[in-house]
Ligand binder design. Structure first.
Ligand code: NAP
Ligand code: GLV
Length: 309
């Protein structure tokens, strides 16, 4: 059995060593144009040529949770796409989002500014029941985030494609319940996959339907957000700010207004990083299961090409 490794922006050697150690009977090689046909592939943003030259792959394992970049390519129809299913990302995402929510709610940026000027000042405590958090996307990451926020006793509501029931979370589903979800939200967290349905979902008309004084946290994909609409709504005061981890162009171009906007916090796509050891263990476990006859549909993280995630 042969595995092709084709990951851009990823130092290959530790991955090759880890995959070879986890699957000692398997040949694992960096893909080169003209390479022999492989059975499986481990990929991140591969070139189209890779897919064109490897039409017989049984499955392609994406070393991230989001498959939007991969699905923009022509994927051979019989090749299953499998994304990372948590693999250590959900706890990181929960840390990041709770940090951003709490920083905003407790006004820690204002305290830091005061302290920088040598000021010992107090602000009136705010009531968390006035800061309901709305999580768009109640999948692997969204659910963990919703659960972590509940630990801090924030009211949490959620929105997904199909109806979900999560303890303590006011769940909404589908376009028919989107308005109710937005109206119930004061801190909006985006954890949707990027699909044709969710592209530009945070734009002027949708963000305007959040309560006045709302805050936006985007940790999914840059193309979920229309940048100039966010800036217009923050500058007008309808939104009070945003924490953004993902951008339409990454790295965020030097001249982009997000960098210097006083009410927008930027981080370099770091909210939930791929953890190599966990990811290799997960991928190797799935390859072993397939080799032992498990049907592909039994694996967690198999992408439905029709839904786009
Ligand atoms: P997931 O398990 O597939 O969950 C996706 C959720 O979004 C599901 O609840 C799904 O609804 C919902 N959804 C999809 N399309 C929708 C629509 N049209 N309307 C309403 N809800 C919709 O994905 P995940 O593992 O949680 O990851 C989510 C995304 O996070 C990834 O796709 C990736 O873009 C992003 N991400 C970012 C980072 C980072 O470092 N910034 C790291 C990892 C992942 P159903 O429940 O009905 O299916
Ligand atoms: C990171 O953004 C991922 O999709 O895993």
């Amino acid at each position: 059995m042969r595995i092709a490794f084709c990951c851009t922006d990823t130092p290959p050697e530790p991955w090759l060593q880890g995959l070879r150690a986890a699957l000692p009977t398997v040949t694992v090689e960096i893909w080169q144009p003209g390479a022999a046909a492989a059975d499986y592939a481990v990929v991140w943003a591969p070139p189209q040529r890779f897919l064109d030259e490897q039409p017989g792959l049984k499955a392609m394992f994406n070393i991230g949770a989001g498959v939007d970049a991969l699905l923009r390519l022509r994927v051979p129809p019989q090749t299953a796409v499998v994304r990372l299913d948590d693999a250590g990302m959900s706890v990181q995402m929960a840390e990041y989002v709770c940090h951003a929510v709490i920083r905003h709610f407790r006004e820690f940026d204002a305290y830091e500014a005061d302290v920088a000027q040598g000021k010992w000042s107090y602000r009136k405590p705010r009531l968390r029941q006035n800061f309901p958090v709305g999580v768009m996307g109640l999948g692997v990451l969204g659910q963990r985030v919703a659960q972590a926020l509940q630990g801090f006793e924030f009211p949490v509501c959620g929105w997904s494609r199909s109806p979900r029931t999560l303890h303590g979370v006011q769940c909404h589903a589908g376009p028919a319940q989107f308005d109710d979800f937005l109206a119930a939200t004061r801190i909006l967290v985006c954890l949707l996959p990027l699909t044709t349905e969710t592209r530009d979902i945070m734009r002027y008309d949708t963000l305007s339907r959040l309560r006045p004084g709302s805050y936006v946290i985007n940790v999914a994909r840059g193309a979920h957000l229309v940048d100039e609409d966010l800036i217009a709504l923050v500058d007008s005061g309808h939104l009070v700010g945003a924490t953004l981890d993902v951008f339409r162009t990454e790295p965020l171009p030097a001249a982009h207004p997000f960098w210097k906007h006083p009410r927008i916090t930027v981080t370099p796509h770091t909210s939930a990083r791929t953890l190599r050891e966990e990811s290799i263990a997960q991928i190797a476990g799935k390859i072993k299961a397939l080799q032992n006859g498990a049907p592909i549909s039994s694996l967690a993280g198999v992408v439905d090409p029709k839904k786009g995630y």
